[in-house]
Ligand binder design. Structure first.
Ligand code: GLN
Length: 491
């Protein structure tokens, strides 16, 4: 039998349904591959092989009894091996958030998006590495060591969902869950040559996602193809009474047409996303992909998002402000690890001092300052107003274009260590991903080529609120006529 770890999500679930192999065989194939690669990559914080095999056996038994009784199969993703970013709660698996603060936290419940996938039959192999509390763009800010990019071990995988991206790219799982507050699904997908969706804010429940920037956070999926990512997304999306910000809008059943044609589609190319500061190969790769969309029938027009340059300062006020409030609970008393001391003040001081990493402390201080009396209006209030202007830019662009095409990151994966002493240089990596979070709109990242060092180049399609179906359809059409998403590391 061919290597099971090379199958797409869609191929895997079809083969399991036909009984070509058992879930146990499938999970064992992936665990073998993890065994071989994990020491080099460090994609996981926790691996759960026994739990995964027990879950696989349980699904095998269900499948067997269903087949015997002739019942239709109710498990759309039966046996599918996936991984979950370690900021999303999975019952009985520790959830560290990449932090010493939560290194012993074992949640007694599942995040809603995890629960929905488990009900669909997935098998979770483990929890993946992340920048501490999802704050970062390289997975170097994890208390559990850096994850290496499978395309080049000296490079970062991107972040903060770098463990999930590396695990998918290296075929250690079929797909993985991530979260995106300012680019943390799209940028690692782009650095690792895979596909990743940041859904509309509120499309997928945040219940069970450890909060970073609550008005920006959204769970999402990383996988090899748009069809794979869509298969998981469709099951995770939809209203959840446990998250009051989740949308009540019905989730359409998405059907992806294999006819690779895109007539009547207007794709806007924002002039602010190209030019100075962008690696020429990235710019070229994205333009070539846009030409492919044109050859499929799309009309390409130039649009403007005039407030793009403010997205970075606005994000780096709003996200730290929300983080400083969200992370106040980790004080050693209410939540998190505790450093023993006789003095209550010292417990707070030492717990937060010793258990939180440098970048998290920097964000808490920035956020506390921005929210402090006397500065609140000048920083936080002003940032909120400019956020509205950024959202309006998108509203206006979407009057002319159905969707927007842009690079994901100005560069391909950078070498480990180059930005660690320069937070501003690290923040600049997010320049093209932040606006979609500030506006709350969906964006889908996918691979469109390689640079001269054979590092993947990614681009993103950004649509109006709740247009994930259109983004998946356009990307699926692109992936019918190109094979960047199917090029394996060994080839
Ligand atoms: N790199 C951005 C940050 O550090 C985005 C992170 C994310 O999306 N979680 O805030």
């Amino acid at each position: 039998m061919d290597d099971l770890t090379n199958l797409t999500v869609c191929e895997t679930v079809e083969a399991v349904k036909r009984g070509e192999f058992s879930c146990r065989e499938l999970v064992e194939a992936y665990l073998d591959r993890i065994d071989r690669l994990e020491t080099q990559l460090n994609a996981f914080i926790s691996l759960m092989p026994e739990l995964a095999l027990a879950q696989a056996d349980k699904i095998d038994r269900t499948l067997w009894s269903r087949r015997k009784s002739g019942d239709p199969l109710a498990l759309p993703l039966a046996g599918l091996p996936i991984a979950v970013k370690d900021v999303l709660c999975v019952e009985n698996m520790r959830c560290t958030c990449g932090s010493r603060m939560l290194e012993n936290y074992v949640p007694p419940f599942n995040a809603t998006c995890v629960q929905r996938l488990l009900e669909a039959g997935v098998v979770i192999l483990g929890k993946t590495n992340t920048d501490e509390f999802a704050m970062g763009s390289s997975t170097e800010n994890s208390a559990f060591g850096v994850t290496h990019n499978p395309w080049n071990l000296e490079r970062v995988p991107g972040g903060s969902s770098g463990g999930s991206a590396a695990a998918v790219a290296a075929h250690m799982v079929t797909a993985a869950l991530g979260t995106d507050t300012g680019g943390s699904i799209r940028q690692p997908a782009s650095f690792c040559g895979i596909t990743g969706i940041k859904p509309t804010y509120g499309r997928i429940s945040r219940y069970g996602l450890v909060a970073y920037g609550s008005s920006l956070d959204t769970p999402g999926v990383l996988g090899h193809t748009a069809a794979d990512v869509c298969a998981l997304f469709g099951l995770m999306a939809g209203y959840d009474p446990l998250d009051s910000t989740s949308s009540q809008r019905a989730v359409p059943k998405i059907h992806l047409d294999d006819q690779a044609e895109l007539p009547h589609l207007r794709i806007g190319v924002p002039k602010e996303y190209f030019g100075a500061g962008i690696q020429p190969e990235v710019e070229r790769g994205v333009h070539q992909a846009i030409e492919t969309f044109e050859s499929l029938g799309a009309e390409i027009i130039t649009v403007s998002l005039p407030h793009t340059e403010y997205a970075l300062p606005v994000y780096y006020l709003i996200a730290p402000a929300e983080a400083s409030a969200n992370l106040a609970r980790y004080d050693g008393i209410r939540y998190g690890s505790r450093v023993a001391d006789n003095d209550i003040g010292e417990i707070f001081r030492r717990t937060r001092g010793e258990k939180l990493g440098a970048e998290v402390k920097r964000r808490i201080m920035l956020g506390t300052y921005a929210l402090s009396a006397g500065y609140y209006e000048a920083y936080y209030g002003q940032a909120q107003r400019v956020r509205t202007l950024i959202k309006r830019d998108f509203d206006q662009a979407f009057e002319q274009a159905d969707m927007i095409a842009a690079p994901v990151s100005p560069t391909t994966a950078f070498p480990i260590g180059v930005h660690t002493d320069d937070p501003l240089a690290m923040y600049l990596e997010d320049i093209f991903t932040l606006p979609a979070n500030l506006a709350g709109v969906p964006a889908l990242a996918f691979p469109v080529g390689f640079d001269a060092d054979r590092l993947p180049i990614g681009m993103q399609l950004i649509g109006p609120h709740f247009t994930e179906e259109m983004l998946f359809s356009a990307t699926h059409a692109y992936q019918q006529v190109t094979d960047w998403h199917m090029i394996n590391l060994s080839e």
